[in-house]
Unconditional design. Structure first.
Length: 317
């Protein structure tokens, strides 16, 4: 994916017609993300000592569970593997909603694997794949209409993560992944970045009021782009960046920035394995789905990347 172009002051984001939400699968928000790691123990130790997570525990299969400061039992999981995305877990209201989602997936001829409750997964869950092969999980958990970071006390270390709010994935067939997100998952489009001929490059989807729980980006191959965790506020993002810059072994990539889509203040860096991680805050909240019109940002507008004018390294594009 490349967003390189020159800026014209006459280019502004345009609004589309309000989107109509499909029946979908009843997704409310992101619960956690699981990443593969050759050494999950070392990856977990790095997340605790360098990134502000807390070790919740590990299981007999070698998975390490890391909690943030929010109400979820864990927000990040490292599972044995050679790197990349293992799965994204989304929250639905209850077991009835889970059963209904399973029925809708079956009606759409999408294979589903069911998992019964266990020590580290106290609620039943089901898993399935997107057209690009990204594994998604649905399970039960806390449902709230208010962004979790807004109702969570400031962590003892303000630079610590509170909750996983979104994941961005790479897709070789962006149109297929976009259609799946809207028609099957039932997510609503918040914005897209597109070329001058209106070809989408990146599209942002939300499940509720928070600007996005998933974004899909055009790429030559399928895979993970980055995982995001929310901090308390913009000041915490700057504090986290300065702390990592001056005190830690973290490879910093880009930031702090303020994105155009979502308007969140963010910074980017790598975890122990090399996955790109985003810490951000102050993400846009959409209160009226019927009145909101998804925005179209041009790749020729650098504010689609950073309203403050910086650019990411090529390795992130």
């Amino acid at each position: 994916m490349s967003l390189e172009t020159d800026f014209s002051p006459n280019i502004f984001p345009k609004a589309r017609q309000p989107s109509t939400r499909a029946l979908g699968l009843g997704i409310h928000r992101t619960g956690h993300v699981a990443l593969r790691a050759p050494d999950p123990s070392a990856a977990a130790e790095f997340a605790v000592s360098q990134l502000g997570f807390t070790l919740a525990g590990h299981d007999d299969e070698g998975r390490y569970y890391l909690s943030a400061a929010g109400p979820d039992p864990y927000s990040l999981v490292y599972t044995p593997g050679q790197g990349g995305l293992d799965h994204i877990s989304y929250i639905v209201a209850d077991h009835a909603a889970l059963d209904e989602a399973a029925a809708r997936l079956a009606d759409a001829n999408i294979p589903v694997t069911r998992h019964e409750p266990s020590l580290w997964s106290p609620g039943a869950s089901l898993r399935f794949s997107t057209p690009a092969g990204h594994t998604l999980e649905l399970t039960t958990g806390l449902i709230t209409d208010v962004p979790i970071a807004a109702t969570t006390l400031r962590p003892a270390s303000a630079s610590g993560p509170i909750v996983c709010d979104h994941v961005v994935v790479r897709c070789s067939d962006l149109q297929a992944e976009m259609a799946f997100a809207s028609r099957t998952l039932g997510l609503m489009e918040s914005a897209r970045i597109e070329t001058p001929d209106a070809t989408p490059v990146m599209t942002f989807f939300r499940a509720s009021r928070l600007y996005h729980c998933l974004a899909v980006a055009q790429s030559p191959s399928n895979g993970l782009h980055h995982v995001q965790f929310t901090l308390k506020d913009g000041a915490a993002v700057f504090e986290a960046w300065e702390k990592m810059r001056s005190e830690s072994r973290v490879e910093l990539l880009w930031g702090p920035v303020r994105h155009g889509p979502g308007h969140n203040i963010a910074c980017y860096f790598r975890d122990h394995v090399g996955h790109v991680i985003e810490y951000s805050a102050e993400e846009e909240v959409i209160f009226d789905d019927e009145a909101y019109s998804p925005m179209r940002w041009s790749v020729e507008d650098p504010r689609s990347l950073d309203e403050w004018g910086t650019r990411p390294p090529e390795s992130m594009l």
